[in-house]
Ligand binder design. Structure first.
Ligand code: AHR
Length: 502
């Protein structure tokens, strides 16, 4: 019987090397991401700094290479100085982006400490909403300048003799959005981003900068925004950002599972726009992409409307993820990997409690949501070189998309480990499908394991009381081999990781 899908793996046909930062995440001062998530002094698992070690353990297993901070919309009204110095003297502020009270008991230095414990590097965003180049360069000086100036010595007085050496910086957040504090037109933002970029790099020439692209493909200014912003900033920045969230608001699962087709298109358009500006400027420089917010986000929208304003760390954006959400996250990860040549960084938004793979109870338990698993698999097994995805699959049409491949797949070769991993989603809602994996370009390939994430219920979720309702299983039984062609049976509606020794 012939299989519904084939992937031909050619070891010399490469898309590009995966930058480990492709598997980044995001922590915003929003809801219970920081307070009750990362940080909860008095929690039974809290360490001497108040960091929840139960959460740290779950984060470490994800091998998160980089975490973006402190926002998000939050950053556009944030004074970084409020979050440094003796905790007892820090100011409480009204936080206008999410209509809460920000206690500032956690700030830059605590975040850097937390990152070191988590094995992640920090990615800082500067406020270009209510502030500008001056505060941005001062923040770089405080964080990264070794010593001998007021701001670097202030950091030392705050207990941090060594500079933080923060490598990656975002020039504001979603500046095209009318919801953004201090939102801007593309030209206004292009100018302020350019001037900020210049002085930030003058303070520390080793840093890399991400300029804001559109907040989503649905913005009326997309993709003209990218063209205008890059015309101002092309020579001074290293990445342009992309943000995108999907949801299944109308219960159309066939369309929801195909959301990554929109993501593919988005990536393609931003690359084309960046290359247009490159050509216009007769530049030799290649602009890379930072997909620094991506996820499923919709479950909590109604509940959030009922939250009373001006609380500290209310339960905002607490999406409880279903099994089908995990499949969409899997497809989005495959989209990112397929363009690893240009998408060098990406951040699953977010990490804990707020649209997150990890959930906690205040004072209580922590557990893995359904989306934790594809994210972990991609981060742990997706390092190496992405091979050109020569994939053939049967297709379907749905309300929002046509020609949707039933099987979405990509392969990553990790030469150092001598491993090859195929990530594959079967979008078919009723049928298991065979995937032929042609490994003839490798000698003596052998299967290590086939990890599957499946469920009989597309709406199944993990909760504190039932944390393992959706979890992966590993086996080898569903994979047959003939010569160097392996045929894997992908269960209906499933996320699959096929690991080979090569
Ligand atoms: O991640 C939640 C929010 O989504 C971020 O604050 C913002 O940048 C985006 O709109």
């Amino acid at each position: 019987m012939s299989s519904a899908a084939k992937i031909k793996i050619e070891k010399d046909f490469q898309v590009g090397k995966v930058d480990p930062r492709l598997f980044g995440s995001f922590i915003e001062h929003l809801g219970r991401a920081v307070y009750g998530g990362l940080y909860e002094p008095g929690h039974p698992s809290a360490d001497e700094q108040g960091f929840r070690t139960d959460v740290l353990e779950l984060v470490k297993a994800l091998q998160v290479p980089i975490v973006r901070y402190p926002g998000g919309n939050f950053v556009s009204g944030y004074n970084w100085e409020d979050g440094v110095g003796p905790i007892g003297q820090r100011k409480r502020r009204l936080e206008l982006a999410w209509r809460t009270i920000e206690p500032n008991t956690f700030g830059l230095n605590e975040f850097v400490d937390w990152c070191r414990k988590a094995g992640s590097e920090p990615m800082m965003a500067v406020n270009l909403g209510t502030r500008g180049p001056n505060e941005a360069r001062e923040l770089v000086e405080y964080a990264n300048h070794p010593s001998g100036t007021y701001l670097s010595d202030l950091r030392i007085r705050h207990g941090y003799r060594e500079p933080h050496r923060i490598r990656t910086w975002c020039l504001g957040n979603e500046m095209d959005g009318p919801w953004q504090i201090g939102g801007k037109t593309a030209s206004e933002y292009g100018r302020i981003a350019l001037e900020s970029a210049k002085v930030m790099k003058w303070v520390d020439p080793s840093i890399e900068l991400v300029v804001c692209g559109s907040s989503s493909t649905e913005m009326p200014t997309y993709p003209e925004w990218e063209a205008t912003v890059l015309e101002h900033t092309y020579d001074h920045v290293d990445y342009i950002s992309l943000h995108r969230y999907y949801g299944n608001r109308d219960g159309d699962t066939a369309s929801f599972l195909a959301s990554s087709l929109d993501m593919d298109d988005f990536i393609h358009t931003v690359i084309a726009t960046a290359d247009y500006v490159k050509a216009k400027k007769r530049s030799k420089k290649k602009m890379y992409l930072s997909f620094d917010e991506w996820n499923v986000w919709f479950h909590s929208n109604d509940a959030d409307k009922k939250i009373e304003p001006w609380q500290i760390a209310p339960p905002q954006l607490e999406d409880v993820y279903t099994f089908e959400d995990a499949l969409v996250v899997g497809c989005m990860l495959i989209s990112l990997l397929k363009r690893a040549d240009r998408v060098k960084m990406a951040c699953l938004a977010q990490l804990v409690n707020v649209i997150a793979p990890i959930m906690t109870e205040n004072g209580g338990r922590a557990w893995r949501q359904t989306i934790y698993y594809p994210y972990m698999h991609a981060s742990v097994y997706g390092r190496g070189t992405v091979l050109v995805p020569l994939v053939q699959s049967s297709k379907y049409d749905c309300r929002k998309y046509t020609d949707v491949p039933h099987v979405e797949a990509v392969a990553v070769h990790n030469g150092e480990a001598g491993e090859l991993t195929v990530f594959a989603v079967n979008r078919h809602l009723s049928d298991a499908l065979g995937l032929d994996i042609d490994l003839r370009s490798f000698e003596n390939a052998s299967l290590i394991e086939h990890i599957e994430l499946t469920s009989d219920d597309l709406k199944a979720v993990n909760t504190a009381d039932n944390p393992d309702r959706v979890k992966p299983v590993s086996g080898t039984a569903r994979v047959a081999k003939e010569d160097a062609v392996f045929t894997a049976q992908l269960p209906k509606a499933s996320w699959n990781v096929l690991r080979f020794k090569v």
